[in-house]
Design a protein around this ligand. Structure first.
Ligand code: ATP
Length: 369
């Protein structure tokens, strides 16, 4: 008889299972379950108070869960009878305010993340011989975050974006299995955020570590993450690739939270839906009898406008439009009084009161009522 072959599949870099935490009777996190593989970036997205930071703090070891399991590279950090303190977990942390040590140079800040013995030795050397080259790992980290010549600067000599990259380099220096980032862009200038998101993604991918970041900004989550976990009232309501979350939301809450949404009343008809905009095909047909009440969800960019005759009783009327150059958002009142929002290219500029026909361009998401 031969024994079963050992599994060759390596464990996920981070595994979180049924993690729960209550504060004085208020449940902050309920049975959060997800995994992050090496090289993958996962966003925890949700409104204020939904439990994102508490989840991150439990993974970091700053908060003790009431229940659940956390494994880092297959090693149990939290589980029945197991509690590893933060420093034992192979997890790096980038705090919201970056928390750089003001009295240490950039290179010293990064070296601080390295093993204790090495750090103490090296900090002494660095102090005494300012011009010693930093250890290879510090130089490598400076290169990784694009700050090769910044090693001798002090935190007050850095821009917000540079400080963020130093904090990231410090967290990555000891080669953690996973890095945790708490609202990484909230302390940065609004105009810089889009370019910094790209830089952050490039650095995390190059470091090939698992990353989890917390945000309440949907654009940040959709553009930076490989997968987004949407949280609500302590629960992860859906986890998936950004386009899944955006175009295939599993609940009305997710549909409205991750993007602008038109939710229209409808009735089921042959697996599709009859609406005020006509018959709409559903992306995932609803298995129900004809005539059942539904809600359908369509994004503003999934609708178009056509000019209609002024006396057309089925035409809608433009309420207003916002012109952005690359596109415009036009709000329309339908004959029933219902309002819809469309996002259109700008070759036609619509004016208030224009009679229009609203055209559905894509399949919709249907929710049974
Ligand atoms: P935000 O985006 O505002 O930071 P969040 O999604 O990160 O919100 P958490 O900070 O995890 O939410 O909080 C979840 C819930 O737990 C909230 O109701 C909060 O008030 C509560 N909570 C968090 N920390 C504590 C604490 N130390 N003591 C008591 N209640 C807490």
């Amino acid at each position: 008889m031969t024994s079963a072959p050992e599994s060759k599949i390596s464990p996920p870099a981070l595994l979180v299972r049924d993690l729960s935490k209550a504060f004085e009777g208020t449940v902050a996190v309920r049975e959060a379950t997800f995994e992050v593989t090496r090289g993958e970036i996962v966003a925890l997205l949700g409104p204020s108070g939904c439990g994102k930071s508490t989840t991150l703090r439990m993974i970091a070891g700053f908060e003790r869960p009431d229940d659940g399991l956390i494994r880092v590279n297959g090693e149990t950090a939290v589980g029945p009878g197991v509690w590893q303190p933060p420093e034992r977990r192979r997890v790096g942390i980038v705090p919201q305010d970056f928390a750089l040590f003001p009295h240490l140079s950039v290179a010293e800040n990064i070296a601080f993340g390295l093993a204790d013995g090495h750090r103490a030795w090296w900090t002494r050397v660095w102090r005494r011989f300012r011009h010693e080259p930093p250890p290879a790992r510090v130089a490598e980290m400076l290169d990784l975050v694009g700050l090769r010549d910044f090693g001798e600067r002090y935190p007050h000599e850095l821009s917000g974006g540079e400080a963020q990259r130093v904090a990231l380099a410090r967290a990555l220096a000891p080669e953690p299995a996973a890095v945790l980032l708490d609202e990484p862009f909230s302390n940065l200038d609004q105009n810089l955020r889009a370019s910094l998101r790209l830089a952050m993604r490039r650095i995390l991918k190059a470091a090939d570590t698992a990353a989890v970041f917390v945000t309440h900004d949907r654009e940040e989550a959709l553009s930076l993450a490989d997968r987004v976990a949407v949280m609500r009232e302590g629960r992860i309501e859906q986890i998936g690739a950004p386009d899944d979350i955006y175009y295939r939301p599993e609940t009305r809450f997710i549909g409205s939270f991750v993007g602008d949404a038109n939710v229209l009343p409808a009735t089921s008809l042959r697996g599709g839906a009859e609406t005020e905009l006509g018959f709409v095909i559903l992306l995932d047909p609803i298995d129900s009898e004809d005539g059942r009440p539904l809600d359908i969800l369509l994004r503003p960019e999934q609708l178009a406008l056509k000019p209609a005759a002024a006396d057309d009783a089925e035409a809608g009327r433009v309420i207003n439009s916002e012109y952005y150059g690359h596109d415009q958002v036009v709000r329309v009142r339908l004959p029933s009084g219902l309002q819809v929002e469309t996002r259109l290219r700008t070759e036609t500029v619509w004016q208030p009161d224009d009679p229009v026909q609203v055209v559905v361009l894509d399949d919709a998401i249907g929710f049974a009522r």
